[in-house]
Design a protein around this ligand. Structure first.
Ligand code: G3H
Ligand code: 13P
Ligand code: ZN
Length: 313
């Protein structure tokens, strides 16, 4: 069934587990996410970035958003696990309005690059609009500072969420779930040394807001996938993600939505490289995506079990 994201996340927050939010750009990723959810009896959150919507609609934003809603609903309406569709990192009014109009279950307003007061003002406006039509809203506080930015420690700390601000923000905006920056970053190269997140901040934010919380940049970059892809010609030198134990700890302290894109992309390309290397005469896409889809599905099922949302649907 097609549901409001809030419904999935409030249950997760009350029962202290997390649901992976999985980015898609096309049909094949959606198919395996649904299969994984059904096999694990897990609630499913699918998300698309602004870039994904633009890609799907060949440049036409509303067309792209509608395509995703139709595709996701066609699956959701015919199965008995909860499925939600979320706009990831909405930064432009046009994309957010298109997603709401097309029928997304929830949207993210990411105004985290603006000063606190500005972020609050923009988020509040989007919450008013979205709530008037029953769409739930995620916002972000603090910035995801990647290691590539090469920032010094104090600057890095300054980029992370301020728990008191988080309390004020949630109260004044009425946002449904919050993404606090606690030390992750997007992509395949998250840490140079040991992976470390600021759990003290996370605990405080959970305590002060009591809201479902979201971890962005949460891919684990499984080393067996990296190795496999590299065996077939990829170069992912230095790729490193958030280790499973650290994710588990984050869930213990109140994370309920675990945004995952990079891991799926890497598993897909590893499978594609492997398949094509072994089947040089194949040219049917329904066949040459076979190994890719198997690897992506395995990554998702492993996450569902790790985050403890398996058997919750
Ligand atoms: O947060 C970013 C997601 O991984 C989506 O990335 O803008 O390349 O679609 P994208
Ligand atoms: P990863 O790059 O770690 O998969 O993060 C994805 C994300 O945060 C999408 O919003
Ligand atoms: Zn993100």
């Amino acid at each position: 069934a097609y549901v409001n994201t809030k419904e999935i996340l409030e249950k997760a927050s009350q029962e202290f587990y997390a649901v992976p939010a999985l980015n898609i750009n096309n049909l094949e990723f959606l198919q395996v996410i649904i299969e994984a959810g059904l096999e694990e009896r897990a609630p499913v959150i699918i998300e698309t970035s602004e870039g994904a919507i633009k890609y799907a609609g060949n440049g036409n934003i509303l067309r792209g958003a509608k395509l995703f809603v139709d595709m996701v609903r066609a699956y959701a309406d015919t199965i008995d696990i909860p499925v939600a569709l979320h706009l990831d990192h909405g930064k432009h009014f046009e994309f957010i309005m298109a997603a709401i109009k097309a029928g997304y279950s929830s949207v993210m307003i990411d105004a985290s690059e603006y000063p606190f007061e500005e972020n609050l003002k923009i988020t509040k406006k989007i919450v008013e609009i979205a709530h008037s039509v029953g769409v739930s809203v995620e916002a972000e506080l603090g910035r995801l500072v990647g290691i590539e930015d090469n920032v010094i420690v104090e600057e890095h700390e300054a980029a992370l969420v301020d728990p008191d601000e988080a309390a004020e923000f949630v109260e004044k905006t009425g946002v449904d779930f919050l993404a606090p920056a606690i030390g992750t970053s997007h992509g395949a190269f998250k840490f140079k040394g040991a992976a470390k997140l600021d759990f003290d901040r996370l605990k405080k934010v959970k305590n002060l807001t009591n809201k479902p919380l979201v971890l962005h940049g949460a891919s684990s970059v499984p080393q067996e996938i990296v190795k496999l892809a590299e065996e077939y010609g990829a170069n992912f030198k230095g790729a490193k993600g958030v280790p499973s134990e650290i994710l588990k700890e984050a869930v213990r302290y109140g994370i309920n939505k675990v945004n995952t894109d990079t891991d799926l992309r890497m598993a897909f390309v590893a499978g594609l490289r492997e398949f094509l290397a072994g089947n040089p005469a194949e040219f049917d896409p329904r066949k040459y995506f076979k190994t890719s889809k198997e690897y992506v599905k395995k990554v998702i099922k492993d996450r569902m079990r790790l985050l403890d949302c398996a058997n919750k649907a």
